[in-house]
Design a protein around this ligand. Structure first.
Ligand SMILES: *Cc1c(COP(=O)(O)O)cnc(C)c1O
Length: 370
């Protein structure tokens, strides 16, 4: 039993989170969740330790559910039917680390190319792995500058290329085109190559965009990572990574040599988050994900239109859910949790953000300007 004071503390936290959830426009996390039907699974010490596709004596697990989640996203990303593997991660960062880890095992001397608007976690991941890297300029829309990439690759034609592509950058939701990147490598005859797609933000809906960005396995990706707590909206941070199985088998073997068979980065793994992702994909299927995208895009379009109508220069990349606007005041930034970097802020219209929220934000901006 908690003391009355501790209970009061929790009640106050609950009230403050309820309020903050109604002023949550700047981070790409859906906010329309109800996974309460899964609460009963909280009474078991479930743990998916190890490889999701290998049986274990630890049977308090949700591995089969996790496998179904992996199959769903592998199919969504056009992974080769008999040559994929994956698992439910702690989030996009772990999936990105996994992709780079595979790339390093395959090309230990490779150079990682990534754009300057890449998520901050990549620098840390590359540092962990001790990989060489080159940062590439971006275009105004946040997409990698292919000319700069070509020049850099040209100087290192003798070194394997590891491309870390963004399928939705953090600030502008820009997508790098892995087809264009491959034609650069073709032209330079760089045959030893690896492409990882950081699809933390857009992975769950990128297939439904028109035009569809080039990012999946049929278009040349070797691994893809997504976040599960962003567009899908898991209340617990999580993600999925999918990779070509023959690459993972090489890592599995090398670890088997030192006596363990685990293929994942962490030991103990969350067995609850696969249930959340499973419930989401079972409820929605591909059609539901697409419908979710369309309603979010409607709110994004409304946001640009309303901001422009009020004289605020806002824009978004085609089809994107991220609306970029000139840097807002400290008051507005804190009030609405608007991520702000350099001279701009952004609003992300994930599920749970309604036109009414946008109207309220604009009213506050007008008041603040006065
Ligand atoms: C959120 C995000 C990440 C990191 O994902 P986490 O799930 O927070 O670990 C990486 N890259 C991009 C583009 C992101 O938007």
């Amino acid at each position: 039993m908690l003391s009355a004071a501790d209970q009061t503390r929790l009640d106050a936290l609950y009230t403050s989170l309820s309020d903050a959830s109604q002023h949550f426009l700047g981070y790409p996390c859906a906010n329309d969740l109800d996974y309460s039907s899964l609460f009963r699974f909280m009474q078991f010490p479930i743990n998916n330790v190890g490889d999701p596709f290998q049986s274990s004596t630890y049977r308090l697990a949700t591995r089969e559910i996790e496998q179904e989640v992996v199959h769903f996203f592998a199919d969504l990303f056009n992974a080769p039917v008999n040559d994929y593997w994956g698992y439910v991660t702690n989030g996009g960062t772990e999936g990105n680390l996994y992709g780079l880890y595979l790339a390093r095992e395959l090309h230990p001397k490779g150079i990682v190319y990534f754009s300057e608007e890449t998520h901050y976690s990549v620098a840390k991941n590359i540092h962990f792995l001790g990989l060489r890297h080159i940062m590439i300029r971006t275009q105004g829309n946040g997409e990698i500058d292919y000319e700069d990439l070509k020049e850099s690759m040209c100087l290192h034609r003798d070194v394997p290329a590891i491309v870390f592509a963004n399928i939705g950058t953090t600030m502008k939701e820009a997508k790098d085109d892995i087809r264009k990147i491959q034609s650069i490598m073709d032209e330079l005859v760089i045959r030893e190559r690896y492409i990882h797609c950081d699809a933390a933000l857009c992975g769950p809906f990128a297939q439904f965009l028109d035009p569809k960005p080039a990012f999946d396995f049929s278009e040349g990706a070797d691994s893809i990572a997504i976040s599960g707590h962003k567009f899908i909206g898991s209340p617990l941070p999580c993600g999925v990574v999918i990779a070509r199985k023959r690459y993972v088998d090489r890592i599995g073997r090398s670890i088997g040599y030192i006596g363990t068979m685990d293929t994942t980065i962490t030991g103990s793994r969350n067995a609850f988050t696969p249930l959340i992702l499973w419930q989401a994909i079972k409820q929605w299927g591909k059609a539901g994900l697409q419908a979710r995208l369309i309603s979010c895009q409607e709110v994004a379009a409304y946001t640009v239109e309303q901001l422009n109508a009020h004289g605020i220069k806002a824009w978004r990349n085609p089809g994107a859910l991220t609306v970029i606007l000139p840097k807002v005041s400290e008051t507005i930034k804190n009030q609405w949790q608007l991520a702000t970097q350099d001279d701009h802020s952004h609003i992300i219209t994930m599920s749970g953000v309604s036109k009414a929220h946008i109207d309220a934000l604009i009213a506050d901006m007008i008041k603040d300007a006065e």
